[in-house]
Ligand binder design. Structure first.
Ligand code: NAD
Ligand SMILES: O=C(O)C(=O)C[C@@H](O)[C@H](O)[C@H](O)COP(=O)(O)O
Ligand code: ZN
Length: 348
């Protein structure tokens, strides 16, 4: 199957997301596969069987969110310079979203931009991170605060790679799937309520639907001037949680799941969803182990951190909230007291 990411009329960077269709990839210029030791140990041999290149290098970066740093992007770039890479070169991001975001950023800035291909190996990176061209790294101030929009030239999602994924990582990917259903597609949400994604055919269906939603959104609004911000549902809160907890306690998808429940509590207080809708979303999250307790230690500090969010413009915070199920609203005037109430009451 193939899903187009079509930026018409500016078609220069259109590409396709290929699902279970990885055959032979041939390159005339130099190629570097960038991965981490875990993914390399599990799947690199399989990938190498699909690559044909005169000069191929493997670059490994350390595993984990704490390593999604500018220093590691520089490490990738120095490897490319050592091997005399030029503008005809291609990078292949082989791993989860951490590898994908860093490799995409390295490709965006190496000699002002070279091609890269995403071969995502986690559920989260297949349904979300590999599509749409958001690349970048974290720093001590927060998540993804340094980066660039740089679209891949192709994405290959192979379900076979997911066979080795630990169950917590599976759940983290489901969180981003639920995010897309809550905000864009009530029918998809009902599908998720009825069908367990541990069953292969349901998972295949959900992966394809999520990618189609994401492709459609980013094609309309590549640089997040409007609708793309909705893909940030749960993230305004979730990114603060990831940063507060040192990028170690929760996986990205888990922090987003907590963030979605915080956003839902705000949406309920502001009248955009009712108790029943809030409960339906919580029940679905709970069924994938995504119902974590997170008493907010310092609500004021948590609130101040929202101003570092990239959606915060001119000192205004933008909250992405569900409006019923399958629809969204972007709220820029949420009263501070109401937001603080949500944070104070959360999980107590
Ligand atoms: N650019 C975007 O649009 C976008 C979207 C969503 C998330 N993200 C970013 O993606 C990151 C999260 O990505 P992630 O959830 O893939 O995390 P990750 O990249 O850290 O991967 C999760 C873990 O799974 C391991 N792994 C990868 N593939 C495996 C496999 N097939 N079998 C066994 N283990 C495997 C990794 O080595 C890692 O330990 C965050 O940094 C987040 O900010 C970016
Ligand atoms: O593609 C997008 O747009 C998203 O917001 C997808 C998110 O799941 C992802 O975590 C993204 O990296 C967050 O974006 P950010 O701009 O808030 O860093
Ligand atoms: Zn995300």
């Amino acid at each position: 199957m193939k899903i187009a990411v079509d930026f018409s009329p500016a078609q220069s960077h259109n590409y396709a997301v290929h699902i279970d269709a990885l055959e032979r990839l041939s390159f005339s210029g130099k190629v570097a596969i960038v991965t981490n030791p875990k993914v390399a140990g599990l799947h690199l041999k399989t990938l190498l069987g699909h690559i044909e290149a005169k000069e191929l290098y493997i670059i490994t970066v350390p595993d984990g969110e704490t390593h999604k740093t500018l220093a590691n992007v520089e490490y990738i770039i120095e490897n490319l310079l050592n091997h005399r890479f030029d503008r005809n070169a291609t990078l292949i991001a082989f791993g989860g979203g951490v590898v994908g975001d860093m490799v995409g950023f390295a490709a965006a800035i190496f000699q002002r931009g070279i091609k890269f291909i995403q071969i995502p190996t986690t559920l989260l990176s297949q349904v979300d991170a590999s599509v749409g061209g958001k690349t970048g790294v974290n720093n001590r101030f927060g998540k993804n605060l340094v980066g660039a929009f740089h679209q891949p030239s192709a994405v290959y999602c192979e379900s076979a790679f997911l066979a080795t994924l630990p169950s917590r990582e599976f759940g983290a990917g489901v969180a981003e799937i639920i995010k897309m259903a809550v905000t864009f597609d009530a029918e998809f949400f009902a599908f998720l309520e009825k069908n367990n994604l541990h069953e292969t055919s349901h998972l295949q269906n959900a992966v394809a639907r999520s990618i189609a939603i994401k492709a459609n959104v980013v094609a309309q609004d590549e640089r997040e001037a409007g609708v793309r911000a909705v893909l940030n549902y749960g993230h305004t809160f979730g990114h603060v949680i990831e940063n507060e907890t040192g990028y170690g306690r929760f996986l990205h998808g888990e922090a987003v799941a907590i963030g979605m429940r915080m956003a839902n509590a705000l949406a309920r207080k502001l009248g955009y969803i009712g108790d029943e809708e809030e409960e339906r979303i919580s029940t679905l999250l709970r069924s994938y182990g995504l119902h974590f307790s997170y008493p907010v230690a310092n609500p004021e500090a948590f609130y101040q951190a929202f101003f570092l969010d990239k959606k915060s413009l001119d000192a205004t915070i933008a909250f992405i909230l569900p409006k019923g199920i399958g629809n969204y609203t972007i709220v820029k005037d949420a009263p501070k007291e109401t937001v603080l109430e949500v944070l104070q009451e959360f999980d107590r």
